[in-house]
Design a binder for this molecule. Structure first.
Ligand code: CIR
Length: 253
């Protein structure tokens, strides 16, 4: 069960954030509306939502997931791999401190984005990506192992972040796309396979009694429903334009 979530309002600088997509510039007003709908969905799932005000210095800071790894008993402040995003952790740290007593830090030269971390029960999968380097991944593995969890490092081939292509729904069931469909590390789980044309929907989130999923991916939604989960669909168009997936917009714990 998740009791809390943290989100951050997109800033007026949001449109000048990092992106590799060719989907065009996001429309801030639309992003703000979509973000509000996202907050309402988290509330509907029964979480207490902490809404942080926007910060103009950090255009990508609405993607709060990258700043931390949160578990029921301890928190890890990350060390984001993109230079323009690194300072986001200093804004997040006091917020995390208000919820946690045990806090670890990923230290340079290690880098790590929260989007590269997937928890499946007592097992953390840690992606090495353009943002998370081997040093950062190793630090997190040591931290989670010191806390009694398992840690497995996964080298990404194409995906931006680990969670861009994989989600855990519970009951040993994962949603997978692309390079993770046949990945040996994930073969022991029940899989909901996302077709290539719906790849963006692999980044959905199970929050208590619901799975929140981007709207416009009917095949994936149907498969998630068939697996027994209720879904809430959210239009993510303005976040997708900045390479943001649905999970990136919140920290859940
Ligand atoms: C970035 O490039 O960092 C942002 N524009 C998107 C971050 C998305 N975060 C995530 O997938 N966890």
């Amino acid at each position: 069960m998740f009791k809390n979530t943290i989100v951050k309002i997109p800033s007026v600088s949001y449109i000048s954030g990092l992106t590799t997509s060719d989907l065009g510039s996001p429309i801030l007003e639309k992003a703000l509306v979509q973000h509000q709908v996202y907050i309402e969905a988290l509330k509907k799932c029964g979480t207490e939502v902490t809404i942080l005000p926007s910060t103009i210095e950090f255009p990508d800071s609405t993607f709060v997931e990258d700043t931390a790894v949160l578990t029921p008993t301890f928190a890890v402040i990350s060390n984001p791999g993109a230079l323009s995003r690194n300072g986001e952790i200093h804004e997040m740290e006091p917020v995390i401190k208000s919820f946690y007593e045990t806090i670890y830090y990923i230290k340079g030269p290690g880098t790590l984005d929260g989007g590269d971390i997937l928890q499946i029960e007592d097992h953390f999968y840690i992606g090495i990506s353009a943002r998370t380097n081997p040093d950062g991944a190793k630090q997190l593995k040591q931290i989670v192992e010191s806390e009694g969890y398992k840690g497995t490092i996964v080298q990404l081939e194409k995906f931006f972040h680990l969670k861009t292509g994989i989600t855990y729904l519970g009951n040993q069931t994962i949603v997978v796309a692309g390079e993770f469909i046949d990945h040996p590390e994930f073969n022991s789980y029940q899989k909901i396979v996302v077709p290539p044309e719906e790849e963006y929907a692999a980044n959905c989130i199970r929050v208590n009694d619901y799975v929140i999923i981007p709207s416009g991916y009917p095949l994936t939604k149907q498969k998630v429903n068939d697996a027994g989960y209720k879904t809430i669909e959210i239009d993510m168009s303005e976040f997708r334009k900045q390479d943001g997936g649905l999970s990136c917009l919140s920290l859940r714990f």
